[in-house]
Design a protein around this ligand. Sequence first.
Ligand code: PLP
Length: 412
Amino acid sequence: MTELSPHLKQATEVVAVRGEGPYLHGEDGRRYLDFTAGIGVTSTGHCHPKVVAAAQEQVATLIHGQYTTVLHPPLRRLVERLGEVLPEELDSLFFANSGSEAVEAALRLARQATGRPNVLVCHGGFHGRTVAAASMTTSGTRFRSGFSPLMGGVVVTPFPTAFRYGWDEETATRFALRELDYLLQTVSPPEDTAAVFVEPVLGEGGYVPATEGFLRGLRERADRHGFLLVLDEVQTGVGRTGRFWAHEHFGVRPDILITAKGLASGFPLSGIAAPKALMSKAWPGSQGGTYGANAVACAAAVATLDVVRDENLVANAEAMGARLRTGLEAVAAGTPAIGDVRGLGLMLASEFTTEDGQPDPATAARVQRAAVDEGLLLLLCGAWNHVVRMIPALVVDEAAIDEGLRAWSAAV
Ligand code: PLP
């Protein structure tokens, strides 16, 4: 019998037949509160009526207009609408289908624009699964083992993960920036360094927010040494953290911003934004793709941006994130196995540790399974898969948050 590849193991036994807002309905007749949102994708919830209507209308009008051959109205509208939410200097856009592809687009642009070979990436970062993106990923050996040689020119620099070392944020920030300066002096001199790639909140690496001092330090060094600051907002963008872009929390602007996931509520779409002067340094023909900026995905993205604006979903993410965090902290206070609760907005996680503070993936996995029995879908992250994360749709209300917390408490 033909089967799905065995390496694609599902985190749950659930077969989802229908989605509605923050819920998934299983083939088993049960309703599940989905705190995974398709790994942070269904920003407006499952099957938001306005996204469905926009996609249905577009399917009946034009499904595919290849963007190096013709333009189409949904793409034009999307460029306009993104212009309203992006920092104004990031006034040039390129689109692809997945986060990994957009990361590669940013990598190609950074190398072509600077003529420099190396990229700095942060320890614990995740940038995707294509070979180049996997080469830039250090959030777990599972993402990079067994298909070497990986791409060269990647230099790993520390991220300020204060909790791991029992440090305060200031100490962690000082350490990370001093190590970066050391690497620039010893391994990758500025004249060889094209860019630093960083997630404003480490995603797959364990939901660790950057510190303002760290991002400001990166910005300052990028300016001083003439390399680019690339913010990978694939997971953090489009309202997820309680700001439209996570970098707004820190007051630090990128040279290249990468977006995907929540942008089109589940349709495959990603993009990079950069100043025109920088984007025009991409060599003709070096960026593109058959399916990039698919017309239906673009129509869904425009509807997504409308819903995010009209339903105040960024403010909702901040408010519901605060409510969820308070509840998670209360559960953690009575649970020695939870060593840390952290995150930003509706991107929150609980880290499971043993009595001596070591990562505890076994307990995290048990709790994840128990949560399914309670009707709550959750995902793991972190290098050891020891962190349970919560990324509900941005449309969650107080009732859904409280329902999730009751299920969480029971599972823990
Ligand atoms: N960058 C970040 C920060 C991500 O979280 C992800 C996916 O989880 C990616 C890149 C890769 O995106 P995709 O899986 O769409 O290729």
